[in-house]
Design a protein around this ligand. Structure first.
Ligand SMILES: [Zn+2]
Ligand SMILES: [Zn+2]
Length: 284
């Protein structure tokens, strides 16, 4: 009986602290936990209170992977729920199963408050695509193609620092032939509370993760969304250790699902509309 009482005491202290905390914590986190909502391939909507971000949402080429359903694509473009109030769109890399430069231009034109965060190559492609507008420049965080981690702090809904971005270049899977593609692993913390990681098509070669071990150690990710081949090649435990993540849900599942997925016991986003809570540990 002591433990529940202690727990309540801690909760009351926390509640007092929250009540006097600055505006950033006005975004609810306990009553309105962060969630990740799966669209298709590597497209995910992450919501935490009023803060909403999209990863790799606008792409038009299948390459054997599911496309975002036309009605979902239309809802994103129109900004109808749950795609209203999106604060930032993240691009991992410019392959056609992750990114459509013309569609992203159209999206930025339709949503003048949205920030785009992505590789420098994404802006280059957008500038060359239909619908480019020089006015987008001010809303694009084009990350240079460098090895070292890059940090950004973005405001959302008028709250300074609501979105904290820590991104590192992790080479694309597939070896030297893909070395020219700027694949970015974004670690994003929403409202100082919920940290997620999206890795694009990151290589399973372990050496690069060792090179960046300080980056991964610097902040625990509550929920990582690695390409499924990391879980396949490393297993869940090693994946979570390497990424310093409490939980991992694999993405980029082919239409023809590999047989080992089910047998692996790991977690994957396979069906559009699936959701996961973003929290450190299952307390139930
Ligand atoms: Zn790719
Ligand atoms: Zn891909």
């Amino acid at each position: 009986m002591n433990i529940p009482r202690l727990h309540h005491g801690v909760a009351a202290t926390l509640a007092l602290a929250l009540a006097t905390a600055p505006a950033a914590l006005a975004h609810p986190s306990e009553d309105d936990p962060a969630t990740a909502h799966f669209l298709a391939n590597e497209a995910i909507l992450v919501s935490a209170g009023e803060t909403r971000i999209l990863f790799d949402p606008l792409f038009s080429v299948s390459y054997g992977y599911p496309l975002v359903a036309p009605d979902v694509r239309a809802a994103i473009m129109a900004g109808t729920p749950p795609y209203d109030g999106v604060d930032a769109v993240f691009v991992s890399h410019v392959h056609g199963d992750h990114f459509d430069a013309g569609a992203v231009n159209a999206y930025l034109a339709a949503h003048p408050d949205v920030i785009l965060v992505g590789p420098w190559q994404a802006r280059l492609d957008m500038q060359a695509a239909d619908g480019w507008n020089d006015a987008f420049e001010a809303r694009i965080q084009a990350l240079p193609f460098i090895a070292s981690p890059q940090d950004l702090v973005l405001a959302a809904d008028g709250v300074e620092g609501a979105i904290r971005v820590e991104t590192v270049h992790i080479p694309h899977a597939g070896g030297p032939g893909r070395a020219g593609i700027q694949n970015m692993a974004h670690r994003v913390t929403l409202n100082g509370a919920a940290t997620v990681m999206h890795l694009g098509d990151a290589t399973p070669e372990p050496a690069i993760y060792e090179t960046h071990s300080d980056h991964f150690a610097a902040r625990t990710t509550q929920h990582a969304f690695p390409p499924y081949w990391l879980l396949g090649e490393w297993g869940g435990e090693t994946t979570r250790q390497r990424l310093n993540a409490d939980a991992a849900t694999g993405i980029h599942i082919p239409i023809q699902q590999p047989d080992w997925l089910d047998a692996s016991g790991e977690d994957f986003f396979t069906e559009a509309g699936e959701e996961r809570g973003v929290h450190g540990h299952d307390d139930e």
